[in-house]
Design a protein around this ligand. Structure first.
Ligand SMILES: C[S@@+](CC[C@H](N)C(=O)[O-])C[C@H]1O[C@@H](n2cnc3c(N)ncnc32)[C@H](O)[C@@H]1O
Length: 223
């Protein structure tokens, strides 16, 4: 298998199910507890959506929280063990689907809001998924992505391309980190523009010491 490929990302995630679920359930990821979980929840709640699609939902923590708030939420993920865990232990609806299968898998369903929370890691799978988004959104719908801030990575070699993954800061149970495809700010922006979406806001959540934690892009339907 190509070590820098979308297939490798899915393969790596399938090896880290148990430690990932434990890390989420035990609140082990500091940046998430301190900043990024709150940041994505605020973006969603402020828009008062009736129905939400969480793409790359993992074990389902966000779908669960939104469902508890009365928002009709569907989570999709390509990793079978995450979806079976979510169906068993989390509130909300879940489907086993890859990004490439979105349109046919969702069969004409439309959403007020689509979220990708730290789930856009690859290259071709992400490019393909972006093409489906406008056909899955209601007319006034929004698409929200939270991801690693490009400036957090480094300012040298500031070009799109595959990077090696790392489980730095995580415990020894995590293995074989997934590679990921770095995108510059302008590349993220082009992805919206090329796919009938207007990039309507960018926010940059920070911790209490003003350290950058992530970036959040919000796109809206162009029509
Ligand atoms: C870092 S986890 C984020 C999970 C969740 N959004 C959260 O906030 O905890 C990345 C998720 O993206 C999913 N994923 C990666 N590539 C995918 C693809 N091509 N199709 C569907 N899911 C994918 C993985 O299975 C994993 O659950």
């Amino acid at each position: 298998m190509n070590p820098f490929s979308d297939e490798k990302i899915v393969d790596s995630w399938s090896k880290n199910i148990t430690p990932w679920i434990r890390a989420i359930n035990n609140n082990e990821i500091e940046s998430r507890i301190g900043v990024t979980n709150r940041a994505i929840l605020k973006e969603v709640i402020n828009r008062k959506p009736k129905n939400v699609l969480d793409i790359g939902c993992g074990e389902g923590w966000l779908v669960h929280l939104l469902t508890e708030k009365g928002i009709n939420t569907l989570g999709i993920d390509v990793t079978e063990q995450f979806i079976s865990y979510a169906k068993k232990y989390r509130k909300g609806k879940y489907m086993l689907l890859s990004y490439k299968q979105l349109e046919e898998g969702l069969n004409g369903q439309l959403f007020d809001l689509i979220i990708c929370n730290f789930s856009l890691i690859g290259k071709n799978s992400v490019n393909k998924m972006f093409k489906s988004i406008s056909s899955l959104l209601n007319k006034r719908g929004s698409f929200i992505i939270q991801t690693l801030h490009p400036l957090l990575v480094n300012s040298e070699n500031y070009v799109d391309g595959w990077r090696e993954g790392s489980w730095q800061g995580f415990d020894k149970e995590f293995v074989d980190p997934a590679p990921w495809y770095f995108r510059t700010l302008s590349s993220w922006s082009s992805l919206f523009n090329a796919n009938q979406l207007q990039l309507s806001s960018i926010s940059e959540p920070k911790d209490e010491n003003n350290n950058l934690a992530s970036i959040i892009f919000v796109g809206t339907h162009n029509n």
